[in-house]
Design a protein around this ligand. Structure first.
Ligand code: 3UK
Length: 526
């Protein structure tokens, strides 16, 4: 087999993919398109009017890889990316991989304290950030004892990634690697502890693209993808970058906060065929469609993930737009979706059936399979699973056992084979599809001088979507009221990522506790 190639047959087992012994995945996703005659095709269109062809993409990936090497970053060096959805995201991610470096896209909504942790934990050589996030990034860098050697803005007059790309060489040999070698990381939040870096291999994006992208979505070269979920999120990374690149399709990038209006406008302007959102956004779009209309006729299929899609949102969306939403569950550790509904096989309210190439076990606490129809813990095995968590042998050993991954979710499989989500095994919440730790919100609230004790739990809103609710015991109960609520909200919004604030505040006289003083959260989840 030729170096850096992968042979694909359309079967559904692990054996469907065979990788050349020397394999750098950047060649499959970027350079291959030039050999296949796609050089002049536009691959990226952005809301800033930028259009990039496959030939320009390949050239800029090379330039960016060279620019990073010229900074002096050695093989395996980590590059943290706090980058909005833009063409440079592609250049930096693939340039790093092609050059033998490890890109780490990070959630751009986080705060300085989160970045301080991640930059320190990753021991990265460089931090690349969009100027929009400079405030939090620079505050984070200021708090670090040892700053990474290189910190560069994507755009800017001097020393920015763009200026380095412009002057670097356009020729770059792919760094030798194998399909099993480390390729990129993604950080995932834990319930109590700090975020964990899931270490993904060169093969993982191929597995997800072929088994979910091609075999479930049926993505083809003529498709145009638009993901409202951002590229930093494993979901958005597949939707908006990996899947279109795998089949030579194109993608639309929108670099600001997705709102119902901005997503409708983007769809009308760029006419995507595949649209990817999260349940919270579909709910907000449905609300907007009560008073305005939108032309979604280019879209052939909508996808939802990140949290469970309530069947009510599915049916209202279908009624209003005539379009199906495919719900599927994925995770950062597995890279993308491993259980999904199908275009011709949708069971609203369920996550659907296994994606080819993945296997599931639903087990009890002793690790024994539960009878069909009963709920248990969901373990998944598949070829795109992260190799480990960086620098966290204990979490790796707990979560990844004999090739199986503990998702932390409770699921049941019904008689027809559909999988149904029954909640988390930990206290973590998914808010708008993004992790949210109740402990982190509690820690913020307890800093407030008027708060004595607090417990945060998930509560379903009118659309059936989970949002944080704070139960608070005050130092002085007489302070309870709207003024304090406004103050507590402002306090949360100052120190936490913007989606991590309680949507409801309940002032209580005490919190339910065990004899040993542990808060009984289940009693608060009414
Ligand atoms: C929950 C869902 C019910 C579930 C993701 C698609 O969400 C993604 O990755 P994360 O690491 O979170 C994983 C956890 O989120 N979840 C995700 N999707 C669903 N629960 N129904 C769903 N459809 O708790 C899971 O363990 O942030 C989603 C593709 C790639 C991803 N990384």
């Amino acid at each position: 087999m030729l170096n850096h190639t992968v042979e694909v047959d359309q079967s559904s087992g692990e054996e469907a993919l065979s990788f050349a012994p020397v394999f750098n995945v950047a060649v499959s996703f970027i350079d291959r398109h030039l050999q296949e005659g796609r050089g002049e095709k536009i691959v990226i269109r952005t809301n800033r009017g930028i259009e990039v062809t496959y030939a320009e993409l390949a050239e800029n990936v090379n330039r960016c890889g060279n620019a990073l090497l010229e900074l002096g970053i050695g093989r395996g060096g980590r590059v943290i990316m706090i980058v909005k959805d833009c063409a440079e995201f592609f250049y930096c991610f693939w340039g790093a991989i092609k050059a033998g470096l490890i890109p780490i896209p990070v959630n751009t909504l986080l705060r300085a304290k989160d970045y301080t942790y991640i930059i320190g934990d990753s021991d990265c050589a460089a931090v690349v950030y969009s100027p929009e996030f400079a405030g939090e990034v620079e505050a984070a860098l200021g708090q670090l004892e040892a700053r990474p050697t290189h910190c560069l803005a994507v755009e800017g007059e001097v020393g920015s990634l763009q200026t380095l790309i412009a002057t670097a060489s356009a020729d770059l040999e792919p760094a030798p690697a194998t399909a099993e070698d480390d390729c990129f990381w993604l950080y995932s939040s834990g319930s109590t502890g700090s975020p964990k870096g899931a270490v993904h291999r060169h093969r993982d994006m191929v597995v997800a693209s072929q088994f979910y992208g091609v075999q479930v979505l049926g993505i083809q070269e003529k498709d145009v993808c638009f993901s409202a979920a951002k590229l930093f999120f494993a979901y958005g990374l597949g939707n908006g970058m990996t899947f279109p690149l795998w089949v030579g399709a194109s993608t639309v990038l929108y670099d600001a906060r997705p709102t119902p209006q901005s997503t409708f406008e983007t769809i009308e302007q760029f006419k995507p065929t595949l649209y990817y959102g999260v349940p919270t956004l579909y709910a907000a779009q449905l609300q907007a469609l009560e008073t305005e209309s939108s032309d979604l006729s280019s879209v052939r299929l909508c996808v939802s993930a990140g949290e469970a899609l309530p069947s009510d949102i599915f049916s209202r969306w279908r009624k209003k737009t005539g379009l199906a939403i495919l719900d599927g569950i994925g995770s950062t550790e597995l890279l993308h979706i491993f259980i999904s509904n199908r275009v011709d096989d949708i069971n609203p309210g369920s996550s659907g059936r296994m994606v080819p190439g993945y296997e599931a076990r639903i087990v009890d606490e002793a690790g024994e399979a539960v009878p069909r129809g009963e709920s248990g813990q969901l373990w998944i095995r598949g070829g795109s699973t992260a190799r480990c968590y960086w620098n966290n042998a204990e979490k790796t050993a707990q979560t990844m056992v004999d090739g199986w991954l503990d998702t932390g979710d409770t699921y049941l499989q019904d008689r027809e084979g559909y999988f149904h989500y029954c909640g988390r095994n930990d206290d973590m919440l998914k808010v708008g599809g993004i992790w949210c730790s109740p402990f982190e919100i509690e820690a913020k609230l307890i800093e407030h001088p008027k708060v004595l004790e607090v417990a945060v739990v998930g509560r379903a809103d009118d659309a059936g979507l989970i949002k944080p609710e704070a139960h608070i015991v005050l130092q002085d109960q007489a302070d309870a009221g709207d003024v304090l609520v406004a103050d507590l909200l402002a306090h949360c919004k100052k120190g936490l990522a913007p989606y991590k604030y309680p949507r409801w505040f309940k002032f209580v006289t005490e919190l339910p506790k065990t004899a040993t003083g542990k808060i009984q959260r289940f009693k608060l989840r009414s």
